[in-house]
Design a protein around this ligand. Structure first.
Ligand code: AMP
Ligand code: MG
Length: 413
């Protein structure tokens, strides 16, 4: 058996980043840029007002107050989207709206709340009282303040979020070049499996793993392809596994333990290459990894929780690497155990647990239900995996343990 770290390293060394593709702006959300995003314009494109108010010459209003307002004549009204034509001279002002271009001659904007319209209600041809001074440049957003035309606003390797989507739109990109989403084939194995739409007959159970895995693939921003259930024969298993090269990655579940009908490993050895098949962890020691026709292949164990934990530990980082992400591991936190717990010392345990905040701000971790790997409820109720190291067996309440946060995306803490 190899350690979790050795297995992770072997997996990642076999994974290559996928090629880029050009997609519509909204399709890029959550994905990783494969090219810098270059601006085609200056941002801001022209000097403009940050406020609704009056564009003035700061020198004209330097002594203004409520008691001694500066009175200016209003020469133009400048709404957003219209370019001004009048030059603001001494003793003059132009009424200006937020985002409208600054008129020549003016150097600052007095917000409307600090003014009082006199003649013509402060409109064109009338006068306005300025009740407070402004400093030179106040309430003006300058041309190219943020970006110059030709400069990169986002860099290759960065993830596109909602703000990045808006930023890309503002600099003229209706499409972005991002890493492709990995196409992931999912194969369940077992003669006992029936579909979710069926009531299981004697000796049968529903195929839940195809669904939990497809959900995990989606959650990892990749594309699941459910290929169905392989019967427990070498022929049928071979038929489905040999489709691996159609995809970027293949996952099977079940058929990798020591049972009489566990044929996945032997089929993999026959049509592909086996890298490892046992990892010192629980749940899910039989974590099989290899390649079929160059496509990375994961033979996850069949028990529903073992499958999900195997996906978390090995498949998810592989998918992320393929998709170009640089952070491959979930956030981890130190928590104190809420109760005593025991384990066998031979391997790493990943208990399904729930993290909560203690009054002092630290974290407490408790198991979130029955730890049988055949049951999914503790996984459902939990928000973390409590990692208990190999070599130890007794953990008293209050012991500090490392927890892997399943409720937070990689790179978010
Ligand atoms: P196996 O490794 O094939 O012996 O599977 C181990 C356990 O997981 C058995 O109890 C199987 O019935 C169960 N199992 C295997 N595949 C699935 C699946 N797709 N959905 C739910 N349970 C499964
Ligand atoms: Mg089976």
């Amino acid at each position: 058996m190899i350690t979790v770290e050795e297995a992770t390293e072997q997996v990642l060394s076999r994974i290559a980043v996928l090629e880029p593709e050009r997609v519509g702006l909204l399709d890029a959300l959550g994905r990783v840029l494969a090219e810098d995003v270059i601006s085609d314009i200056d941002v801001a494109p022209f000097d403009n007002s940050a406020m609704d108010g009056y564009a003035v010459r700061a020198a004209d209003v330097s002594g203004a107050s409520e008691d001694r307002p500066a009175v200016l004549s209003v020469i133009e009204h400048i709404p957003a989207g219209v370019y001004p034509t009048e030059v603001v001279g001494p003793g003059q002002a132009s009424r200006i709206m937020t985002g409208a271009p600054m008129p020549e001659g003016a150097d600052s904007v007095v917000m409307v709340e600090r003014t009082l319209g006199l003649q013509a209600d402060g409109g064109v041809g009338g006068t306005v009282e300025i009740l407070a001074p402004v400093s030179h440049g106040e309430n003006v957003r300058y041309r190219a303040e943020e970006v110059r035309a030709g400069e990169a606003v986002m860099l290759a390797g960065e993830q596109v979020g909602p703000a990045g989507t808006g930023l890309a739109a503002s600099v003229g990109h209706a499409e972005l070049v991002v890493r492709r989403r990995p196409r992931v084939a999912i194969v369940s194995t077992g003669d006992e499996l029936v579909d979710v739409t069926e009531k299981p007959g004697p000796g049968k159970i529903r195929n839940s793993n195809s669904y939990s895995l497809a959900a995990q693939v989606l959650d990892a921003r990749a594309e699941p392809h459910m290929l169905g259930v392989a019967r427990d024969t070498a022929e049928h298993t071979r038929a489905l596994l040999s489709r691996a090269p159609e995809f970027d990655l293949m996952i099977t579940t079940g058929g990798v333990s020591m049972g009489d009908f566990d044929v996945v490993k032997s089929v993999l050895e026959e049509i592909g290459e086996l890298d490892f098949w046992r990892v010192a962890m629980r749940p899910g020691a039989p974590q099989t990894f290899g390649t079929i026709g160059g496509t990375p292949f994961f033979g996850l164990p069949g028990n529903p929780t073992s499958t999900m934990v195997g996906f978390e530990m090995f498949v998810r980082p592989a998918i992320r690497k393929m998709a170009g992400y640089t952070t491959l591991v979930r956030p981890r936190v130190i928590a104190t155990l809420a109760h005593d717990t025991k384990k066998k010392p031979d391997r790493r345990y990943f208990l399904r647990g729930r993290l909560t905040r203690r009054a002092d701000g630290g974290y407490s971790a408790a198991i979130s239900g029955n730890q049988s790997s055949a049951l999914l409820t503790a996984m459902y109720r939990g928000n973390c995996l409590i990692s208990l190291p190999e070599g130890e067996s007794h953990f008293a309440a209050g012991t500090e343990v490392m927890c892997i946060r399943l409720d937070m995306e990689e790179g978010t803490a």
